[in-house]
Design a protein around this ligand. Sequence first.
Ligand code: FMN
Length: 194
Amino acid sequence: MSIFQTIFKRRTIRSFKQDAIQPEKLKKLVDAARVAPQAANLQPLKYVIINDEKLLEPIFKTTAWAGYIRPAADPQEGQKPVAYILILVDSEIKKEGYDVDAGAAVENLLLTAVEEGLGTAWLGAIDRKKIKELLNIPDKYIIHTLVALGYPGENPVIEDEKDNSIRYYKDENNVLHVPKRKLEDIVFFNNKIV
Ligand SMILES: Cc1cc2nc3c(=O)[nH]c(=O)nc-3n(C[C@H](O)[C@H](O)[C@H](O)COP(=O)(O)O)c2cc1C
């Protein structure tokens, strides 16, 4: 699979098979994140792999899913993530402007997951205070976002948006459709911006 094909194959997954993920695989995803482009090469990010079964349900309770169609796309019992990777910012290295660094790193992680046959959901709607307590995260770390993981239990599809609506939806067969803005609507050459 080319990088381009991998990029198109990646979708946010919100239903997971319950097979465990080998710890080495999870570390490989962090390895991919580790080498992403980083402003001034500061590399302020740290990663916590969460795969202890005792922690999975408490962490799940800190998450919120698919705001446009809640609760239709919430992971159901037996479909919840089997691991998480928490993205932390070390505030002793960088205190602000780390979103771009995290974006580049997490996208590397998500694409490597696709290559490994894994599904991911990158989650920002999380209870950061609760996660800090649950995992005893020292104060110097800012909780950025959380990536939920598992082997995919659904096959969402992308499509060109219609009527300027970017809201994802589920069809009568419970398939998630993810509208993307059309290429011709977002790309311009030189001075041809409209
Ligand atoms: C920074 C960020 C935060 C997100 N937070 C959530 C979230 O809290 N819950 C959720 O279900 N999806 C979350 N998503 C996933 C988006 O809803 C998803 O990327 C979008 O609908 C497009 O679908 P796609 O990833 O399949 O292209 C987040 C995505 C990003 C980039």
